[in-house]
Design a protein around this ligand. Sequence first.
Ligand code: ADP
Length: 169
Amino acid sequence: MPHARGQDDMTRAFYPGSFDPMTNGHLDILRQALAVFDAVIVGIGVHPGKTPMFSFDERARLIANCVGGTSEAELHVVAFDNLAVDAAVNAGATAIVRGLRDGTDLNYEMQMSGMNGVMRPEVTTVFFPASPATRPITATLVRQIARMGGDVSAFVPANVAEAIRGKTA
Ligand code: ADP
C-alpha cells in the first residue's frame, strides 16, 4: 500500500568540494542537484595543512548567499575533514553529487566513485554535466587570476566577485 512521503523518505545528497571560492561551475551543479534532490548538503573539505583563500565561514556564507530562495532544510553547508563517503553518511545522505566538465574529470571521478562504492555501497554517486558556459571554470584558475589582478567576474557569482575584490584590493 502506498504511504505518504514523510521526513524519512527525503532524498538527501552530499556535494563535497573545496569551494575556494564557489564558482559559476559549482553553482550550476548545485542548482541541478537542488532540482533533483529534496535536500543538498554542501560539504566543504577543510585540510589542516592548506591555507585557503577563504575561511570555512566565508565560503559557507558565499554559498548560502548565491543560491536564492532555498530554505535551511533544502540547502545546508557543513565542514568535513574525513572521507567524503563517510561525511555523506554522517550527513544522512544516500547520494554524493559530483560535476563533470570533461574526460579528465570523468576518469578521475569514475575511480573515486568506484572505490567509494566499495567502501560505502549504500551511497550512490550521481554525476551532473557542467553546462557549456561553465565547463572551462576551475576554482584554482579563478584564484590565480584574482591574485594577479585579473577580473574574475565572468566566472563566479556576483557576491563572490565582490568578496574576491575585497581580498585582493
Ligand atoms: P575545483 O576543482 O574547481 O577546485 P572542487 O574541488 O571544489 O573544485 O570541486 C567540487 C566539485 O565541483 C567536483 O565534482 C568538481 O568536478 C565540480 N566542479 C568544479 N568546477 C566545476 C565546473 N566548472 N563545472 C562543473 N562542475 C565543477
